[in-house]
Each structure stands twice: as C-alpha cells, then as structure tokens.
Design a protein around this ligand. Structure first.
Ligand SMILES: [Zn+2]
Ligand SMILES: [Zn+2]
Length: 260
C-alpha cells in the first residue's frame, strides 16, 4: 500500500505528531508514505489562513519529515510533498519553494478560487453555479501547469450541493480533461470517513465516480490522513477499493514525481 495524502498538525485541523503518522503507516503495511500537508502561501496581504501552516513553519515541516525519512528508511519510503491550490498569482513563489527544497511531488487540492484571501471554500460555496464553473475551470487550468501528480478530491464541489445537471456537467468536464491528459483522480478517504458521520458530506459522490468510470479514469486512493489512526483504518480503505472495483475503475498506487 502507498499513500501520498497525509497532513500534519501544522494545518491546525489535524492531530498527532509527525512520527505518529509514520508509525501508523508502518503498522498498517504501507511501503510508501507521502506527506502532503496544506501548503503555506506567501500572501501579498497580511492575511493569515486558519487551515494551513504559516510560511514560517515550512522549514520545520521539511526538516521534520526529512529526519523521519532518514530514521525509518529501512522500513518505509517517505516522500515530502504538499497539497496545494492553484493560485495563479502565487505559482512562481510555489515553484521557487519546490526547487529550493527539492520537493518530491505536489497534489492539487483546490479548496479556493484564486486565493483564500478573497474567495470562499469551494466545499461550501460551489452551490453557486458560477462558482462551480470557476472550480472546474481553475482545476483544469491548474492541472495544465503540469506541476501536480494528481488531483485530490476532484468531486469536492459535491459537498456544497445536491446532485443536479450542473454537477453532472462538471464531472464530465473534469473527467474528460483528466482522461485526455492521463491525470490520476483521487478517491478521497477523508470524504468517506466524514460522510459516514455527517450526512451533509457528499463526496466522494457515487454519481461522479460513475461518470469517471465511463471515461476510464484511473483512480488513486488518498487517505487524506488528519489523524495517524486514519492510516490504520482498513475498513474505509477496503470500502473505497470495493466501490471502485465494482465500478470497473482501475486503481493505481504509483504517481509521477517532480523532475529533479
Ligand atoms: Zn485538511
Ligand atoms: Zn483537501
């Protein structure tokens, strides 16, 4: 098993220390563990985000994971990445960061349009059709940069609304693009876990994945761990695997890393 979607407590909505995640992953039989905490951004304003590490914490994030990579190298292959939105105005800064630290990979977790300084969470506000269009268009624009190894929770917008023809159109557009460009789509286990408790979480959405199956999309399962124990939750993993297999969707475990 391999997982590339792992957070740390720096994002302020995850718990446990970094090493706990590694220990849980090893205990659970993972051979690759990728850390992809919510990226910091170097905002042009004095905005402070409540769901990501501050830019001053990045160095500690990197050094901590790097230390664990070395410490556990005989037991598990640890990769250092980030989960990022696509913020056109800040992409050059992000590219420089990736280069400076020689990061292994980025995943596109597109939570906000343009920048979270000025735009609201897609997971709540894509109930507005115009904002749903913005989601789809900016995910595609983000993926076209070639920076991202896969798209995390592509169906995040389903969280904001009941399935309708606009959700369907969005799914077709996203799946068509990913098929054409051979981009992996993540089946997000945080969504599965939340949906089990909260009825208002509607992703991963079965209708979205039925459309993904029509396009022969390749899926990757992302634990989206916000708690070390999430890595030991085999029930959720197996449920996801079965759903994808029943839909006839190919599940892959390997991603392409950034060129160094
Ligand atoms: Zn998170
Ligand atoms: Zn996310």
């Amino acid at each position: 098993m391999k997982n590339y979607h792992t957070h740390t407590s720096r994002c302020m909505h995850a718990v446990g220390n970094d090493e706990d995640y590694v220990v849980s992953a090893i205990r659970s039989g993972y051979t690759v563990l990728g850390f992809s905490d919510h990226t910091p951004w170097k905002y042009n304003s004095d905005f402070v985000a409540g769901m990501r590490m501050h830019i001053t914490q990045f160095d500690d994030y990197y050094k901590s994971i790097k230390g664990l990579k070395e410490k556990y190298k005989d037991q598990i292959d640890i990769k250092i990445g980030l989960e990022c939105e696509y913020y056109p105005r800040y992409m050059n800064w992000l590219k420089d960061l990736v280069k400076e630290y020689n990061l292994d990979y980025l995943i596109l977790g597109h939570h906000y349009y343009e920048t979270d300084e000025y735009y609201p969470y897609f997971g709540s506000y894509a109930n507005n059709n115009e904002y749903l269009d913005d989601y789809v268009d900016s995910v595609i624009e983000g993926l076209s940069t070639g920076l991202f190894s896969y798209v995390a929770h592509p169906d995040l917008y389903c969280r904001a609304r009941n399935w309708d023809k606009y959700c369907e159109q969005a799914a077709h557009k996203l799946c068509a693009y990913c098929k054409e460009h051979d981009i992996l789509m993540e089946y997000n286990l945080a969504g599965v876990r939340y949906t089990a408790h909260k009825k208002d979480m509607k992703y991963p959405h079965i209708n979205f994945w039925k459309i993904a199956a029509q396009y022969n999309i390749k899926a990757i399962i992302g634990v989206d761990a916000h708690n070390p124990k999430d890595l030991e939750d085999k029930t959720t993993y197996n449920l996801a695997l079965k759903t994808l297999q029943d839909l006839g969707i190919e599940v892959v475990e390997d991603i392409e890393y950034l060129k160094k």
